[in-house]
Design a protein around this ligand. Structure first.
Ligand code: NAD
Length: 381
């Protein structure tokens, strides 16, 4: 079995690739990633070793417009069971060539612009990647998987990795179920909700075998240090202010990233075609609680007395900021037998220890140094 994992060099994509290759040693992953600021090839170094890049081969798919745009900028790195391809999910020639070349059996679409704050400042790229990119993947998959009779080849699946943010904000009580109406508030969540609807439309209109997963906030290794937990760790270690939106009482439902990866794996294997699955571990915490917890653990781990609550700086709240998210995971628990394995108090310590051991990784991904070094040294043409 060969699956296409898009966004494989981002936070969750990286964790998923590592989890999946370890679990299924007879399967192959084709990883596609544009390597935006959030995607880092260094994350996959332990799998790729010192494999050297080659230009991606388009075979018969190379069109005149491709040649004009010199798309050989897309490169690939090949190991036995993992092939990394640098490229854009919006590039239909590239995605088509990948399907042709590698006979893709399934798609797990992690690729996205994922940061709410960035979407408020510059929504367009969110619409392009998150909506049009998803539609492009669906279109190419349909072209390769649908038979001339209109039926679909056996054992194919498209899994869209979505978010609880598509449901909007909750009051102090209640939970999001799969039936909760979509009510996104930020350009990011609106683009993800749009993508969900287009994925559903490919199922309802063409009968495409799909699933959609909607997970709560993830935390763990390899998250770009602009998101709450790694940002607070990075700033605290550097004795910089810890910016907290408004009163900090916004509630998020936190899940350790590997628990999310296991859930995606289960839905991909056993999820009922056409269905949505919510993923979350009933671990709701106020943002301010998370920040204080990070300060406490970092002080204990490092002995650094300058890491204190005095670094907390309340800043003007994010426009349209959702107050509370909370997932009802009953369907995936009862239907597929999933449950979280890593409890928050354990997961947050593991996470902080990982960032402490990988401080140079944080510096290199923030500066883009690794990619620059890599492309300069290996891709001189
Ligand atoms: P991320 O920003 O860390 O990673 C996104 C990856 O997608 C990056 O490697 C980036 O280079 C790649 N990418 C962006 N545009 C691309 C394009 N046009 N073509 C190919 N690759 C492209 O995000 P993440 O936190 O790993 O999230 C992955 C997915 O999971 C997203 O779809 C997100 O909406 C969803 N999700 C995230 C969370 C969370 O808490 N992080 C929770 C629920 C769902």
């Amino acid at each position: 079995m060969t699956i296409l994992v898009t966004g494989c060099a981002g936070f969750i994509g990286t964790n998923f690739v590592k989890y999946y290759l370890k679990k299924y040693q007879d399967r192959k992953i084709i990883g596609l990633d544009k390597l935006t600021y959030a995607g880092n090839l260094e994350n996959l170094k332990d799998i790729l070793g010192d494999t050297k890049p080659e230009p991606f081969f388009y075979g018969q798919q190379l069109t005149t417009s491709n040649q004009q745009q010199n798309k050989t900028n897309n490169y690939q790195l090949t190991t036995d069971n993992f092939i990394f391809i640098k490229g854009d999910i919006c590039d239909s020639d590239l995605v088509n060539a990948i399907f042709e070349e590698y006979k893709i059996d399934g798609v797990i679409n992690f690729a996205a612009e994922s940061h709410v704050d960035r979407s408020i400042h510059d929504p367009q790229i969110f619409l392009k990647t998150n909506i049009l990119g998803t539609q492009n993947l669906l279109d190419v998959a349909k072209k390769h998987w649908q038979l001339s009779t209109g039926n679909w080849q056996q054992d194919k699946k498209f899994l869209q990795v979505s978010t609880d943010e598509v449901y909007g904000s909750l009051g102090p009580t209640g939970y999001f179920t799969e039936e909760t109406p979509l009510d996104p508030h930020s350009p990011y969540s609106a683009s993800k909700a749009s993508a969900d609807l287009i994925v559903k439309a490919y199922h309802d209109t063409y009968g495409m075998p799909i699933n959609i997963t909607r997970c709560s906030n993830n935390y763990g290794p390899y998250q770009f240090p602009e998101k709450l937990i790694p940002l607070m760790i990075y700033n605290a270690l550097n004795h910089k202010p810890l910016p907290v939106y408004g009163d900090g009482k916004q509630i998020r439902d936190w899940l350790y990233v590997e628990d999310h990866c296991r859930a995606i794996d289960m839905v991909f294997e056993k999820g009922r075609i056409g269905e949505v699955y919510n993923i979350g571990g009933h671990n709701e915490k106020e943002n301010i609680y998370i920040v204080k917890k990070i300060i406490k653990i970092l002080r204990e781990e490092t002995g650094d007395k300058e890491i204190s609550e005095e670094l907390i700086t309340h800043v003007k709240d994010r426009p349209g900021h959702d107050r509370r998210y909370g997932i009802d995971p009953t369907k995936i628990k009862d239907g597929l037998g999933w449950k979280p394995e890593i409890m928050f108090d354990e997961g947050i310590v593991m996470t902080i220890q990982w960032y402490l051991e990988n401080q140079q990784w944080m510096e290199r991904v923030i500066s883009g140094e690794y990619l620059e070094f890599y492309e300069k040294n290996y891709l001189k043409r």
